[in-house]
Design a protein around this ligand. Sequence first.
Ligand SMILES: [Zn+2]
Length: 429
Amino acid sequence: MVVVDGEKIRAVVPLGEVPRDAEVHDCGQAALLPGLVDSHVHINEPGRTEWEGFATATRAAAAGGYSMLVDMPLNCLPGTNSVAALEAKRRAAAGQCLVDWAAWGGVVHDNQADIEGLAAAGVRGFKCFLVHPGVDGFTMVNERELRAALPHIARTGLPLLVHAELPGPIDAATERLAGADCRRYGTYLESRPDEAELAAIRMMLALCREFSFRLHIVHLATGRALEELRAARAEGLAVSVETCPHYLYLEAENIPDGATLCKCAPPVRGRENREKLWQGLREGVLDMVVTDHSPCPPAMKRLEEGNFRTAWGGIASLSVALAVVWTEAERRGFGLKDVARWMAEGPAKLAGYGARKGKIAAGYDADLVVFDPEGVFEVTEERLHHRHGISPYLGEKLRGVVKATYLRGTAAFDEGRFPGGAAGREMRG
Ligand SMILES: [Zn+2]
């Protein structure tokens, strides 16, 4: 029994020790998970609210079992690269959020002087791109610019989240593929080879050794990097790694030509690679699974021409990510404890909330998910809840149904309804 007192978990006790005055909610045969934390979400507000926004992203989150999101500093306008931009984001979020949220700050080519101010103002860490991010309003950094930023980042003690692909191997592949059919998934896959990820990760590990900062690799897609990441950890480097539901579920062999809903960067790779990522989770080289929820208006996916070169790269999955991961995890012999570690505890720790969110334990926020691990459903537009009902998971049959999501003791989502209203807060400290 989980004893909730106001917004907090007071205790976890055996059935016989329920306090006399307690009001009891029986969840039946359902499992109780800690509220999920997603440390990789593109909310896109302010500036690109027509892509997504605080109201719609947090609604999808509540329906998906998430009680907290950490927003990426890009795709919104302005990018969260200065304290003024962070304040604009806070104004945009006010009164709209169904679950708690926090912000990552951006590290771009020219904002080294803003880094420590952003940390003092409450960002949970930083994000940078080593390759063009595919969107205006946020610039990539090269090694020289990164070297100028890293002493500031190290002083904050906060993690640096890195989109780890280097342009060199991508440019070379793109040149080789000139004239190739852009509707073919194989062309897109070849244009972003494993080597781009491997080279970026090698560079970041060397910088981590030199500057002693907390390094976090976002959305690892290549299983070929696991060996070096394992060695870096054995050496004692402060490096953590995430992957995403789409890399664990989709496989390049089954992505039809023109299916741009499956476009993301780095790309979904082959079946054998996917199994390596599962092995990375099994061995603990991968710490967490986060969505990289990155929606756009349907027109930007260029569904009619099916052109992988011009389509927006991003996959929206907040409301179904838990079922996507559980469907695949269960058939590989993992349990709900593993899923909770990857999708709640790991991301909470990364964002600096390891003592407050991501676990069912005394003193933690009463963020809980009532989850039916046996339930099976088909993904329909009505289940998605983010702004535009498109997703590569539409039509998929998934296992695991979120019945309710509690945010600090109150139901944010309950059997298709959102009774809690905009009770989400920014988590700063
Ligand atoms: Zn992202």
